[in-house]
Design a protein around this ligand. Structure first.
Ligand SMILES: [Zn+2]
Ligand SMILES: [Zn+2]
Length: 462
């Protein structure tokens, strides 16, 4: 959901894999620690009360513990993250309240396991996952700091099936589901908003006061099947019809990070200046989605500044004119602000987007080359103060706007439409496709390639 530090050192940390010496103590330790936990507490198995047997569907049901309905047979294969419960600080948080991962969980381990699956409850949909993207948050869930604590700083519940960027086919619907039907292609919003708080009532579900997040506090899409609330499922049939099933589901899985870009550009920053200059800092998938959206929305020129190696071809493929590597500029004795001023005849850029997570480096550059009445949009996150010359905002009559995540209903449908019309070449951002079995290793890579890594849990959809 969030943009993570593209330039941070997060990738170069020791990670303990499934073979590590630390085991989930809550689960009783040992390789079989997970399944009892899921049985007792896990979302996957918590079956809904049913009026009676006999509903049709793909699952073969049997009675589980406590009246929960579970699948018979071996269950479904999923990536699972486990850890050791070790809350920091004097006031011990409650695991059920899903405290921040870096405050509560130690020695994360990631593996592929077979987990039980329950049928969809009221208002829920069972989705066969066709493609699921991996992002910095998923890597942070599997990485540990110097003290062994999970690096992910958002709320999390373990054991967890991660995966929050996915698309697939509806296989079965629970009672009361009317908007989607079995066979539908859907792309999934990972934000499960409460629907009742002041923010939700105002349509800002991304600011929900009691939000749950699929892939962090609820089981996600790095599995053969996922259970998703109907209101988090958006129609992806137009994309699959336009691109075919194979490419269609892959692109549909990219809509979650693209929705972060859409929310920022169109719902928070007020849109793209037609004919103007848009500068994007950060060439991750969110940054390059901004470049693609800006190009499609009529920006005059789109510039991308990046620090990590690779990704130039991806940036050009989505419509960026010029891609600059900071280290090369430095060797030439130049800075990004110099380049922006040169390419705009001294005018500056109307819209500048921070999508790198290195705000201390990028925000001063953005302010220095901001066009009159220009906007700085912050999507990347970095803890700590950023010293800036605020007088630049006064003299340029400029503004700084922040944006968090995406409000599903206002972001996914317009993205589906634009992708289906061929206006957004998001498919160019797919760097590689891996299997579920490769995923634990891929999540622990020190230097992942530029672009999006997708997992196809059941192989390519024909
Ligand atoms: Zn993500
Ligand atoms: Zn809410």
């Amino acid at each position: 959901m969030f943009v993570h530090a593209e330039w941070g050192g997060g990738a170069e940390v020791p990670v303990r894999g499934a073979g590590g010496e630390h085991r989930d103590q809550r689960g009783g330790g040992g390789a079989h620690g997970l399944l009892p936990l899921l049985r007792d507490e896990g979302e996957l198995l918590r079956g809904p009360a049913r009026a009676g047997p006999g509903r049709g569907g793909v699952l073969h049901r049997e009675e589980g513990r406590g009246g929960a309905l579970v699948t018979s047979g071996p269950g479904v294969r999923a990536v699972v993250i486990q850890g050791t419960w070790a809350p920091r600080g004097s006031k011990a948080p409650d695991a059920r309240a899903a405290p921040p991962g870096n405050r509560a969980w130690r020695w994360p381990q990631v593996s592929v396991q077979t987990v039980p699956l329950r049928p969809p409850g009221p208002g829920e949909v069972l989705v066969r996952v066709a493609a699921c993207g991996l992002c910095g948050s998923d890597r942070a869930l599997c990485a540990e700091d110097e003290d062994g604590y999970m690096r992910y700083a958002g709320r999390v519940r373990l054991p967890l099936v991660p995966g929050h960027e996915f698309a697939g086919v509806v296989v079965e619907v629970g009672p009361g589901v009317h908007r989607v039907r079995p066979g539908d292609a859907v792309t999934c919003d990972n934000i499960v908003a409460c629907g009742h708080c002041a923010s939700c009532r105002a349509g800002a579900t991304n600011q929900c006061a009691s939000v749950e997040e699929i892939g962090f506090t609820k089981p996600g899409g790095l599995a053969e099947y996922a259970i998703v609330p109907e209101r988090c499922c958006f129609d992806a049939n137009p994309i699959v019809q336009a691109l075919g099933a194979g490419d269609g589901y892959r692109v549909a899985a990219l809509l979650e990070p693209a929705a972060v870009a859409y929310q920022g550009l169109f719902l928070e920053a007020g849109g793209v200046p037609a004919g103007g200059t848009v500068v994007v800092y950060g060439a991750g998938v969110v940054g390059l989605s901004c470049a693609a959206l800006a190009r499609a929305a009529g920006a005059g020129q789109v510039l991308v500044f990046k620090r990590r190696p690779g990704g130039e071809d991806l940036a050009r493929a989505v419509g960026a004119e010029v891609v600059y590597a900071w280290d090369e500029l430095q060797r030439q004795g130049r800075r990004p602000a110099d380049v922006v001023r040169e390419l705009t005849a001294g005018h500056g850029a109307e819209l500048q987007v921070e999508a790198s997570g290195a705000l201390q480096a990028t925000v001063p550059e953005m302010l220095e080359a901001l066009a009159p009445r220009g906007t700085v949009l912050l999507l990347g996150r970095q803890a700590g103060a950023v010293p800036v010359e605020l007088d630049r905002l006064v003299s340029a009559a400029g503004r700084v706007v922040g944006s968090l995540g995406h409000a599903g209903e206002r972001t996914f449908p317009p993205l589906v439409e634009r992708v289906a019309r061929g206006e957004l070449p998001l498919g160019a951002l797919v760097a590689r496709v891996v299997t579920l079995d490769q995923t634990p290793q891929v999540l622990q890579e020190r230097l992942p390639p530029a672009g999006k890594t997708l997992v196809e849990p059941a192989g390519r959809v024909a």
